[in-house]
Design a protein around this ligand. Structure first.
Ligand code: IMP
Length: 502
């Protein structure tokens, strides 16, 4: 006879947090959201932690090199999508790893024999007024001068004038040498009263620009997540099919952490993949696994050597797995059971394996609930898809700005590896939909607002860290009628919000 669980499968919306005693020091400024990402032994520090408990989903519509940089700036980790060729995923990882905060690759470049008209055209196309002049007109060619709007007056000059006649030539340029720090570059900018500083290598080839106008924005990211070499921490998704080729390429590209991206992770395929990674790299290479929804799945992947374990089947906003296959479990029930298993495993073995709540976060308070239920961090798709930094198109639909957001199991993404059970490499049916989400602006502003809410709630519970939230949170189930009581009710709302997380 089948096992039938006594408890129903519950979702975030069915729970609330009961506030605890808050001391006078329980203010958002005192809250630390630092959280472990990879397994560690009792009494030791994890090799990778995040400064905020957010990761972005392994999805085409969410996580590319741009998102990786934007999220690392805030203190989280993006897992660059794996449903692309090994070469293009590795190139994205490389791009994100070589992005130096404040060092911008030159995007407007011309040759000295081109003309003022070319400068005018390029400025109109790119919208930037600094043009690097390199011997071959490339962004990393030999730098021979720069042109800014101070170098020409369109009304007084012939548009056919060659750039070499009006550019600021190299011997009059203030420049920095490759390897200088951002603060040294800013000192040169301030000491010489220039607006931009080209950075060149020993062969006078252009590496990047540092702009005066960016100075303040880099001081705004006290949480940014950097590796030992001061580069952004970057993640990537892998699958259980081509890992022998993909993992080495990603490691070569400088990836810090990977995760097996699979809709159902309690499988021999994950064991084989994890074993190969451990046999090949030992513990040097960090890799998460999943997704699971119960203690059995957790214990299996823990024994297979996963560095962290992702929890969640069927709760994603674009997911139709439960409808199609009848598998899954409410996200709250899944997290609660797996967190218990994690704590027992820690007690038994002295090894702490962080868990990630993946999918189904709709309201900001769901992040706090997931953490209170025991998650060490969360993974979000829909949430990040709404921002400027996501790779998908921003469109106007019915008078509102939206962004496209599609599941990895949709016909559009065709990520068969995520759903593969050793078959013929084809998707047999869809497990995800193609959709729009309301456009919501910049990642920075939204993450700041969401995490302020998380911190506020933690203060209401009288806790200043995520581990303390795990220990002290008190949760209650809500009845159907008390859900009505929780929203605005019995009033006529003046306006309805159309953007984003509540
Ligand atoms: P969201 O934050 O609720 O949008 O959920 C994102 C999560 O949904 C991802 O991290 C994946 O675990 C999962 N997911 C992504 N694509 C699909 C799909 O096509 N079907 C089912 N689940 C998906």
């Amino acid at each position: 006879m089948a096992t039938v669980l006594k408890e129903p499968s519950r979702t975030f919306n069915e729970y609330l947090i009961i506030p605890g005693y808050s001391g006078a020091d329980a203010i958002p400024e005192n809250v630390s959201l630092k959280t472990p990402v990879v397994r560690f032994q009792k009494g030791e520090e994890p090799e990778i932690s995040m400064n905020i408990p957010l990761t972005s989903a392994v999805m085409q519509a969410v996580s590319d090199n741009n998102m990786a940089v934007a999220l690392a700036k805030e203190g989280g980790i993006s897992f660059i999508f794996g449903s692309q060729s090994i070469e293009s995923q590795a190139a994205m990882v490389k791009k994100a790893k070589s992005h130096k905060a404040g060092f911008v690759p030159s995007d407007s470049n011309l040759r000295p024999d081109q003309t003022l008209q070319d400068v005018i055209d390029l400025k109109a196309e790119k919208g930037h007024s600094t043009v690097s002049i390199t011997e071959d007109g490339t962004s990393d060619g030999k730098l021979v001068g720069i042109v800014t709007s101070r170098d020409y007056r369109v009304s007084r000059m012939d548009v056919d004038t060659p750039i070499s006649e009006f550019m600021t030539p190299f011997d009059k340029l203030i420049y920095g040498k490759d390897g200088i720090t951002l603060s040294e570059a800013n000192d040169i900018i301030w000491d010489n009263k220039v607006n931009q500083l080209p950075v060149i290598d020993d062969n006078q080839r252009l590496k990047a620009f540092v702009f005066r106008k960016d100075y303040d924005s880099h001081k705004e990211n006290p949480n940014e997540l950097l590796d030992a070499g001061k580069r952004y921490v970057v993640g990537a998704g892998i699958n259980t099919r081509d890992f022998k080729e993909r993992v080495p390429a990603l490691v070569d590209a400088g990836v810090d952490i990977m995760t097996i991206d699979s809709s159902e992770g309690y499988s021999e395929w994950q064991a084989i993949t994890l074993k190969w990674i451990r046999d090949t790299y030992g513990n040097k290479v960090k890799v998460g696994a999943g997704n699971v929804v119960d203690a059995d799945g957790f214990n299996f992947l823990a024994e297979c050597g996963a560095d962290f374990i992702k929890v969640g089947i069927g709760g994603g906003s674009i997911c139709i797995t439960r409808e199609q296959k009848g598998i899954g479990r409410g996200q709250a029930s899944s997290i609660i059971e797996v967190a218990q298993a994690r704590d027992e495993y820690f007690k038994k073995t002295g090894t702490y394996i962080p868990i990630c709540s993946d999918g189904g976060i709709v309201y900001d308070y769901h992040i706090t609930l997931a953490l209170a239920m025991g998650a060490d961090f969360v993974m979000l798709g829909r949430y990040f898809a709404r921002f400027d930094e996501s790779p998908s198109a921003k469109l106007m639909v019915n008078g509102n700005y939206v962004k496209e957001y599609w599941g990895e199991g949709s016909a559009r993404a065709r990520n068969w590896q995520r759903y593969d059970l050793g078959g013929d490499g084809k998707m047999k049916f869809e497990e995800g939909v193609d959709s729009y989400v309301p456009y919501a602006g910049t990642l920075h502003d939204n993450v700041l607002r969401s995490l302020n809410k998380v911190k506020s709630t933690m203060c209401n519970c009288g806790v200043l860290t995520i581990p303390d939230l795990h220990k002290n949170a008190k949760l209650t189930l809500v009845s159907a009628v008390s859900i009505v009581e929780g929203g605005a009710h019995d009033v006529i709302p003046k306006e309805i919000s159309t953007t984003g997380n509540k």
